[in-house]
Design a protein around this ligand. Sequence first.
Ligand code: TYD
Length: 138
Amino acid sequence: MNEKKVQMLEFQQRGDERGRLVVVEGESDVPFEIKRIFYIYGSDPDVIRGQHANKKTEFVLINVAGRSKVRIKDGKGNEAVFSLNRPHTGIYLPNMVWKDMYDFSGDSVLLCLASEHYDAEEYIRNYEEFEKLANQMK
Ligand code: TYD
């Protein structure tokens, strides 16, 4: 993949009689060097997380257990919802995408791979500000 657009990624399952194993390597299985990982679990089904965009960071989100949904918006009137429900499937989110994560199952563990170290300054948490910036870009 070379285009920076939202897309689902399928990772190879390397299963054998001992169980399953999925490998996610930076710069090959995901299109960036992985500088940070975090995971989200224990969120109630009525909680909405995310609610931000990132000026710089690209992410891949994988529900390694359980299920959740991600709603993404481009700030120009387009939105889409993706279901994350398989440990070998992820979603690639480039920078400058608004994201809401919700509908968490009780057993949801949402693994997030990020292209950058944490920097609160590059998070846009106000939707109007995001819209304005998104519309200034090409
Ligand atoms: P937040 O970005 O609100 O989480 P989510 O996107 O899942 O809704 O982050 C929650 C808190 O954790 C907030 O105080 C910032 C902190 N945090 C870090 O310190 N480092 C990180 O890499 C992340 C993702 C969050």
